[in-house]
Ligand binder design. Structure first.
Ligand code: CUA
Length: 184
């Protein structure tokens, strides 16, 4: 069910609608309040207000630290550091040029942790990996002329035919700049 939210266009639409709900609640609450004009000064005590304000800030801060704490393991730099520490990473070189990708190795199995070291030899391209079901796993920009390759570590957890695409406009055949990668 949750996959529907990020694999279909309607999923993105539903997420967008859901993001509107809190704003709509606040909007109608304010409209509703305004409908009853009260000429007297507010009856809420000042220090009651500050309690509400501080608990709201507390909730936001708590959410900030909890969400960051649980999601930090998915940051590319942390994934890279964990993979380097385990020592079980294969380096695969990717060369991008108008309008194709070339790999130094082509045999991938489920469970492989691969460090893609990608570089462009002519203009700005990108290296984007798509799951066999079509959702984007990652993309990285490839700028020509840099002294080090762009690197990202990915562990293949499912077999199938993955698609590589360029997501930076790079000329007349940009749309055709793609390749396949089979994971057994
Ligand atoms: Cu290469 Cu677009």
């Amino acid at each position: 069910m949750i996959e529907f939210l990020y694999t279909s266009a309607w999923g993105a639409f539903v997420v967008m609608l859901m993001l509107q709900i809190p704003f709509l609640i606040v909007f109608f609450h304010v409209v509703n309040k305004k409908a009853f004009v009260d000429s007297e000064p507010g009856k809420t005590e000042a220090d009651k207000y500050s309690f509400v304000r501080y608990s709201w800030i507390g909730i936001v801060l708590l959410a900030f630290f909890v969400i960051n704490g649980f999601s930090i393991q998915y940051m590319p730099t942390i994934v890279e550091a964990n993979a380097a520490a385990s020592g079980d990473v294969r380096n695969v070189k990717v060369t991008a040029q108008s309008w194709s990708f070339e790999f130094s190795e082509n045999d991938f199995k489920v469970g492989d942790t691969v460090r893609f070291l990608a570089a462009s030899v002519d203009t700005v391209h990108s290296f984007a990996l798509y799951h066999p079901e079509g959702n984007l796993l990652f993309t990285m920009m490839l700028v020509p002329g840099t002294s080090t390759e762009s690197a990202i570590v990915h562990t293949f957890t499912e077999p199938g035919e993955y698609t590589i695409r360029c997501l930076e406009y790079c000329g007349i055949a940009h749309h055709a700049m793609k390749n396949k990668l089979t994971v057994l």
